[in-house]
Ligand binder design. Structure first.
Ligand code: SF4
Length: 414
């Protein structure tokens, strides 16, 4: 998708600090995996990480591993190993590539961070706010390692979030405590949980500030930068080091804004990315948009790690609300209003909807949303067919043609 000359991508200086922090995080996981004293909890990306951290667990996020398998383009070779034991090629390709990686004993965590394999869990904790697949994914490891599997069952397709929703969810969060006490060997400490939730909330606010800087014209960062720099918000929220990192990143991006430095030189069109990234094509996509002087300035995906409700006085209510009110768990009306707000705040000229074959949960074009948004906002859109990890589902040629047609349409509209 990149046969037009692209201006050089503006490198973010803070990337070095982020890589160092991620290496520290994986180094700590390796130490925990090698020792008997530190316990490891696996958590879904929008699961109760704060509660787990409050018990002193090293928290590992298999979706982050899934993204790594996608970004390194190893996923497509690993997925067939999971298919061979009965996991369909049509289900989540994070799941199939991660299980394939486990079965083949091959992971990019080895060359990158020295881990022999994924760090073996002492407990698995999922939240179905995003999909059912995470439960099935963790159930594989429950059977494999004979360890406890815990979960929060969050309703999906929610419109308004009611007291009843929150009450039921809080009961579920509290219900995790006895097993977490048993596995960690520690007694639950509400003050420690408060500290972790407050740190997580501050991290959220800093990450929000990072993303909101893209409201400036020209934008100092792209969605593709966001997919890289969201790492600490995903795996280290609740740890003050994530806050320190985002403070550093904000300083640099604010400098860019003050000096008028654009992430995409001569930015002319501004896009919104709806859905999952195509991890194996991040760089190609960044170059393609840049070659057309187009900047993808906002996305649902990167914004999904802003958890306003963690500010609640009661940490259980905060977690329950924060992890229930995420975009993916909401109804179509909510999604439509959300996209309208984002289009206004980020001055969007066009939408790119990614229909990811193996993730219906994050493919929001399937019930007419893309067409309704275009009709209401008079902002054109394109739907690209692809996948987060399985590049066999993605056509370079078709995507390029569709994207160029959209840019052409914007040029003609003036
Ligand atoms: S939301 Fe999609 S990508 Fe994420 S775990 Fe579920 S099916 Fe996989």
């Amino acid at each position: 998708m990149n046969d037009r000359p692209a201006p050089p991508i503006q490198k973010i200086r803070a990337t070095g600090a982020m890589k160092k922090l991620m290496a520290e995080y994986f180094g700590e996981l390796k130490e925990a995996a090698d020792s008997d004293s530190t316990k490891i909890a696996w958590c879904t990306s929008v699961g109760p990480a704060e509660l787990l951290r409050s018990f002193g667990f090293q928290v590992y996020f298999p979706e982050n591993h899934g993204a790594l398998l996608g970004a390194t383009r190893t996923a497509t070779d690993l997925i067939p190993a999971a298919n061979a034991i009965g996991y369909s090629p049509d289900i989540c390709s994070y799941l199939t590539s991660d299980i394939g990686s486990y079965l083949r004993r091959s992971t990019p965590l080895t060359p990158a961070f020295g881990l022999e394999g994924v760090p073996r869990a002492d407990v698995l904790v999922y939240n179905t706010n995003q999909c059912r697949d995470v439960h099935e994914w963790f159930a594989f490891y429950e059977r494999e390692w004979n360890i406890p599997l815990l979960g929060i069952e969050t309703p999906r397709g929610i419109g308004d979030i009611t007291r009843d929703h929150i009450h039921a969810l809080v009961q579920q969060y509290r219900g995790l405590i006895p097993t977490l006490e048993e596995v960690s060997g520690r007694t639950f400490d509400i003050d420690r949980l408060r500290e972790v939730v407050q740190s997580s909330y501050r991290c959220t606010q800093l990450w929000k500030r990072v993303l909101e800087l893209a409201q400036h014209r020209p934008s100092p960062l792209t969605f593709f930068d966001g997919t890289i720099h969201m790492g600490p918000a995903v795996v280290l929220r609740g740890d003050p080091r994530a806050e320190e990192y985002y403070a550093l990143l904000i300083t640099e991006l604010e400098e860019r804004v003050a000096q008028g430095v654009a992430a995409v030189p001569q930015e002319s069109h501004r896009f919104y990315w709806e859905g999952m990234p195509v991890w194996g094509k991040i760089r190609d996509h960044a170059q393609t948009f840049s070659a057309h002087r187009s900047c993808v300035v906002a996305s649902t995906y990167c914004n999904s790690w802003i958890f306003e409700a963690l500010a609640e006085d009661d940490p259980f209510e905060g977690m329950a609300r924060a992890y229930a009110e995420i975009f993916i768990a909401r109804d179509e009306d909510f999604k439509e209003q959300y996209l309208a707000r984002m289009a206004r705040d980020y001055h969007i000229d066009g939408f790119v909807f990614h229909d990811a074959k193996t993730c219906p949960n994050n493919s929001n074009n399937r019930y007419g949303l893309s067409k309704r948004v275009t009709a209401k906002l008079k902002i054109p859109h394109v739907v690209i067919s692809g996948d987060l990890n399985d590049l066999r589902m993605y056509s370079e040629e078709q995507t390029r043609t569709q994207f160029e047609a959209l840019v052409e349409q914007l040029h003609e509209a003036g």
